[in-house]
Design a protein around this ligand. Sequence first.
Ligand code: CA
Length: 230
Amino acid sequence: MHILLVEDEAKVARFIKEGLTAEGYEVEIAADGKAGEKKARSAEFDLILLDVLLPKKNGFDVLRTLRNEGMRTPVLMLTARSTTEDIVQGLDHGADDYLTKPFAFNELLARIRSLLRRQRNSHTTFRLADLQLDTLTRRATRSGVIIELTAREYSLLEYLMRNQNKLITRQQLAKEIWGFNFDPGTNIIDVYINHLRKKIDREHEPKLLHTERGKGYYISEKDLRKGPAK
Ligand code: CA
């Protein structure tokens, strides 16, 4: 289990890292908000421990950015403050849980185990023809061959697979995958759809990712415009 710890107080970071390493977790530390955000994007972590008061970019802003980018990794906020407002703000921004400093190490361990357990329990494999998507390993395969996806492509594919055989509008994708409450009006969605289509369809039949011009996209074994398959 791979954990990212974003914490600027070196002593606290070292203490947490040593404790978690002793429990068999692999821990990487980032010492400010910007560095944490970068690390979170560059590797697949099973969990992120995110301090609120951080240099360069605070924990709430880091979390909001990452969630807007489609990152679904469980996040446990570490907050020195304990006002309800802070907690509500953290949960609003997509935190899965929070812990108020100072905390007992055993309390931290218990929260981590519970979040990882929750994550495992929500484990699903989506299937469509020979395409498989595993939400735990975040791995896609077609005919058993691994398809390398970026975090954003994964989020896009997972959303389409969850809603397979349904037309998804550009507005829905803009909101669900990019966090925009409006159609951003750029071709960013088309660009990502094209990347994804190349990866999952170029060398395979049947084609699964369909575009309905002017309306949106869907993933299906059949062309929905021709009516249900016989
Ligand atoms: Ca701090």
